[in-house]
Design a protein around this ligand. Sequence first.
Ligand code: TNX
Length: 727
Amino acid sequence: MLICLLFAPGILAQNISIVPRPQDILPGHGIFTLEAKLVIMVESAKPDVADTGRFLADALAGATGFKPRISESNSTQEIPGSIFLTTRDADPSLGDEGYQLQVTPQAVTIRAPRAAGLFYGVQTFLQLLPPEIYSRTLVPGVQWSAPAVTIKDQPRFRWRGIMLDVSRHFESKEAVLRYLDLLAIHKMNVFHWHLTDDQGWRIEIKKYPLLTEIGAWRDKPGFNLDPRLSTTFAPNGKYGGFYTQDDIREVVRYAAKLHIVVVPEIEMPGHSTAALAAYPELSITGGPFSISTSGGIFHGVYCAGDEKTFAFLQDVLTEVMDLFPSTYIHIGGDEVPADSWDDARDQKLIADQKLAGPKQVETYFINRISRFIDAHGRKLIGWDEILNPDLAPDAAVMSWRGTQNGIDAVHAGHDVVMTPTRFCYLDGEQGTTTEPLRLRGWTMLLAKAYSFDPVEGLTSEQAGHILGVQGNLWTEYVPNADYAQYMTWPRAAALAEVGWTAASLRNFDDFKIRAKTDEARLDVLGINYRPVEDDELQNVIQISKNDPGNIEITQAIPNSEIHYTLDGSFPTRQRPLYTGPFSFSKPCVDITAGFYRPDTLATIVISVRVVNGRVAHFSSTLDEDEKAQSAHPDDFFHTTRNAKKDDNILLQFDSPQTLNEIAVEAGSELPNASLETSADGKTFSSAASFTGSSAKAALHGTPIRAVRIRFTAPQDGGVIIREFSLK
Ligand code: TNX
């Protein structure tokens, strides 16, 4: 009976809470206790095994205070009283990254064909210990023991990546190193470093010093964000920063110790305004360019019809390849405006090369760079716009505009990394009703990330071309490293499990339980994450129970200091401190509260909309779409997306509300929309239709749980709702 319980599908044995979930777990009897005399035995004459042993010794020493001695052994068997790391007699079918971990009360043995597998065995072992093990300083009073268990484990995919955009907002080298630590804990093995874009060039290139002298700095942080949220200013007040080549080498070396490959991205031919601000002669127009302080798609595109451009890019890539040993070099390739290359030099190129038009210039550009990268023994990788019939067979594609481009690339024989916006974009909001709308304007929930299957729609043979999965953190609205952590965790942990764990073993409910233990680890590490329990967070901003008409904010995080805003802007520590229930007179406000723990900058941000004194949970099917625009500050709702039949904009109340009237004022005529109400929050009936741009329904005091605007037929040209008022 007990055995059945332990092996109930999807549920891990008690005390074992490993993220990502391992392949096979067989719980044993008893515990292995760390003691001061602990020795880490490593297979003799294997420097990379010894490295992993030292990594483990350091990891254990921080919190426990006893630093294990490292000693070599030729044995193939477990060694009593020790933790033994060896490649001997390892099952070759475990592959490059798999491992076997055995914990008994007497000894711990980690066996793997390769050092990467041993490293992952070590990561799993650390997760068997109390979360305090991650402390870098002594933690007294903890029983340092791991439950007896046998684990056999290997990853589903070989590319388990996270991309960090350091162009839109810069992060210090130290912040990047801390970010890597977290990836390693979750067995992620690729750090895709987005180093250049319109808003900043972040890598020192010796031959072109202006790239960082000019290209790394902009006048202000921009993006309509409060500049006080940003941290990386130069003494002259400019915003930005860059990594020296020594910094880069340090990061690459550090990552390698964590078995993480750093894939650099140098954007071309578009998203290149920062480079062109430094070297405008490489552009189509000749410039001048100023470094962008907002997001979008710009005309900062390299001239393809001038050899100077290729000489420059080849020089840059030569220095990049010297710094980064990765097989893949990412060259961007996304979002080139369709009307680029309209100048004489590019027109001549089009004529000389008999190209059909601008799209073919892009193809010519990418394939030429690809040949250069290939000639240096590396492979090109780029965003899915690079896919073209002549793309070098060994070039890989990152599918971001959905998965179909990736599937097409697989059909054409390319390797593919799946990173579709809907499942993998860490810049999307983490709650449907609980984050400031203007961060992005669409959601990418934890459950959504967890549900992703990178090989859906492919045969097993085709699936072999899927290298793996990657989460992308674009940082237009991520002003500092603390906030980057908040946006990354726990969704990156969900993606780590998508990348590592067999599909048949994935179970979101079980993941959420383990994610709580993972939170405890992040707490010890001082990482700013978004707590998992979405449901509990819904009701922290509510109408005051004792004092109707007032708004009351309760603690989302125990003992936190609460700061709030009423215009949806980010509640920094400089904004009003919440001291008790308050009221306000505007009919529609976005109350945004930040809960600050003493030890981190920000820990969670929650936003709710209060419409005429009622807390309404707002959601919209139009908001979910990846192309939806951020909400306009003066409008209730604003999107440039076309509405499909049944798209809707919904307000839900926690309890039935007695209302007399609902009125909506739209920004344009909405002939195909109807105003609907629901008594139970589930079934809706029509209350009014639109006349021109407005709709009004008299309700005569009927209690309702929800109101929505629903499109009864498609509507083009976007939707703006100026007022949504309840009386
Ligand atoms: C699209 S994803 C972009 C980025 C933006 C991102 C914001 C991709 C290849 N290009 O430049 O930062 O959307 O979500």
